[in-house]
Ligand binder design. Sequence first.
Ligand code: 3IO
Length: 346
Amino acid sequence: MRRPYASRAMALCAAALMLCVSLLATTARAESVTLSYANFPPAITFPCVQMERWAKEVEKRTNGKVKIQTYPASTLLGAKNMFRGVVKGQADIGCISMSYQPGVFPFSFSCNLPVGFTSATVASLTLWDLYQKYQPKEFSRVKVLTMFTSAPSHIMSKTPVRSLADLEGYEVRASGTLAKVMAKLGSTPVAMPMPEVPEALQKGVIEGFVTSFEVLKDMNFAEGCRYETYMDLPVYPFAVIMNKRAWDGLDDDVKKVMNDLGREQALWTGQYMDQHVIEALDWSKKKYDIELIHLSPEQYAIAQDKIAPLVQEWQETANKDGLPAEKILLDLQALKAKYEKEYPVQ
Ligand code: 3IO
């Protein structure tokens, strides 16, 4: 007689306990959220260094309410499926190098032109401000968390490039507008994302490549590419994008933390990049005795003249895409001048 009663009471207790546990779990879940952040190049490279910094800041500023699980080196999404993957929600957040998808980011390619950026700091802030002002439709399917650029691009090569004649038939890796730049200079560009460059160099598919100098150290390119030619070519624009549904699901205080970080992160990354280029060149000189080559002033001027028409060509395609190209370029130049004063190149 007593046993059924006792077991009924125990069952009730157990049910109440389970309810408590599940209630607690629900509150805990509502309080903290984990977001995945995909990136394509090796963890040591600057897109991943800025990712870790951003993740740390978000965790700190949300008091641990948001955790960021980072996936460097294409462990979640690769360079070419990054944008689509984030739109589809395969990752909550992703970092894209816009040059890998020519035609998809007509607005942002204004910052990929030969407009004379001399630092990643100035180019990153300019890109971010332009994006904020125009809110181009090329990013309408995602939330943009921050933007930044690499430092100005130069040639890193297995064989010395001392004059434009050395570029005739020269097979060189360059993506986006940089591929067009290299074609105008008489070479044969091959487009591919950064993670594919080591193998292409090794197999002899390319003789060299064009991007900012910090990869000499970060990807150990200084070992195989001992000749670096200063060209002051365009920067590569990047964006950190978030899945729209994931963004909409965040609490307002979390959204505020991320929104407030957008510009700050662009500046942080630009400054990190500019500093790191100096370090990487130093390291490469010491470790591999690389040769830094300057074209003659005449050759340099010819090179800049040859690539200048790309600005006009961009204007024409941008206009066709319905963008106020002339206005964008005027704003770009004004921002660039403003930030060059605020952040002079050392
Ligand atoms: C870049 C991309 C991945 C890792 C390091 C990097 N430094 C400069 C870039 C720019 C870029 O997207 C590229 O492919 O050259």
